[in-house]
Write a protein that binds this ligand. Sequence first.
Ligand SMILES: CCCCCCCC/C=C\CCCCCCCC(=O)SCCNC(=O)CCNC(=O)[C@H](O)C(C)(C)COP(=O)(O)OP(=O)(O)OC[C@H]1O[C@@H](n2cnc3c(N)ncnc32)[C@H](O)[C@@H]1OP(=O)(O)O
Length: 218
Amino acid sequence: MSGYITEEIPAEELTRQIEQARELGDSVRRLVTATVVTDVGEEELAEARAHIDAAAEILERSRIDSSFGLRFNSDGRLRNWGNAVEGIRNPLAPPVEFHAEADHVWAEFDLGPQYEGPPGLVHGGVIGLILDQVLGNAAVNAGSPGMTGTLTIRYRQGTALGPIRVEGRLDRTEGHKSFASGTISTADGLCAEAEGIFIMPRWARGLDASRQLGVGDA
Ligand SMILES: CCCCCCCC/C=C\CCCCCCCC(=O)SCCNC(=O)CCNC(=O)[C@H](O)C(C)(C)COP(=O)(O)OP(=O)(O)OC[C@H]1O[C@@H](n2cnc3c(N)ncnc32)[C@H](O)[C@@H]1OP(=O)(O)O
């Protein structure tokens, strides 16, 4: 399966690359938010567009042929910079920084105006996106990773844009299947809860065990 890449970047060099990737991602995230809520006039819009297009042209001077993939480095660190939830260089990702505990994973972060569905509330698909990742990470953290087979979500109340907390845990495993559950909450209380079945695909069974997935890597 392509997209799973092994690299040997020296540790110091990788640390520097991670810092730069985060900085670039943060700058574009700021731009995304500003684009959604800007109220400047026509002239300033045109001025901003010229700068944005110029920046895109610089970035396009050299690019990888595919998507970013999952990159395992020889020092044990793993990069998923393109991930839609965690990818530090993906401006679509908040990005979510997960913390791994013995029996669950969790994260606290802000969802800005670019994640709006109903006015003032987080889009239901974004809720699903985040819950998929948090449940998937709970399975990874418990040593039973898999692809999402089934994800069931109960939306209990609207999730206000702003600070949220997500949590996920592995409930049990059955052969190649991991059953995980999790929640999204805000200061208003529980907003959404989910259950998911994560399945180790046939093609991945028996793959090199040194390629360990981890929660909380760069
Ligand atoms: C180097 C290490 C590699 C590790 C690989 C792990 C990858 C995880 C990577 C990173 C984790 C980070 C966290 C990620 C979070 C986000 C995750 C996503 O967004 S995933 C994208 C969305 N999901 C898909 O695109 C799936 C598409 N579907 C499939 O690929 C297959 O249908 C799959 C893998 C779900 C099952 O197919 P089969 O051929 O590999 O496995 P069969 O042998 O058919 O099924 C195994 C068991 O699972 C049941 N099963 C199959 N599909 C099911 C389903 N949809 N729901 C429930 N059970 C299902 C079957 O009935 C069978 O059960 P019985 O063992 O007989 O008891």
